[in-house]
Design a protein around this ligand. Structure first.
Ligand code: RB5
Length: 144
């Protein structure tokens, strides 16, 4: 499993906080796909870059940050096989993995404080897909 993280300018500061948290406290390898400053960029570019990387292995996970998380989640969910959950708290994050097998989460950096963002990421990474009755529903997402 590889973990990827990306943001636009609005999510840049929180991305840096989460990168440090993932590396120094959770001792995980994370691939930072940018952006690299708080200079204005376009969130779809970074959502698409992250999605391409996450799609390369079904165990991969991705974390996206923008002002609201909305633009990132809308963009990510355009790609078949990506299940991006916009998470407002740790319970959303946990349930998005357990019930929806989310492989990407989006966080709104202008609305979620640093400690809550860390809780969201940790809860999501600790969670497992419960499959069972949820498997058929998740399969239906990608069915034609
Ligand atoms: C940037 O101002 C903002 O629109 C973006 O970060 C995001 O919130 C879009 O959904």
């Amino acid at each position: 499993m590889s973990i990827f993280i990306a943001s636009d300018h609005a999510g840049y500061g929180l991305k840096q906080v989460l990168l440090k948290f993932l590396k120094d406290e959770l001792l995980l390898d994370v691939v930072d796909l940018g952006c690299n400053s708080s200079r204005a960029v376009d969130y779809p570019d970074f959502a698409k870059l992250l999605v391409r990387n996450v799609k390369s292995d079904k165990e991969n996970r991705g974390i996206l940050l923008c002002g609201t998380g909305i633009g990132m989640s809308i963009t990510a969910n355009r790609t078949k096989g990506i299940r991006c959950a916009l998470c407002h708290n740790a319970e959303y994050a946990k349930l998005s993995k357990e019930h929806n097998n989310s492989n990407v989460i989006a966080i709104g950096a202008r609305f979620i404080d640093e400690d809550s963002a860390k809780e969201i990421v940790k809860a999501w990474l600790d969670a497992d897909f419960t499959a069972g009755r949820h498997k058929k529903r998740v399969d239906l997402i990608d069915a034609d």
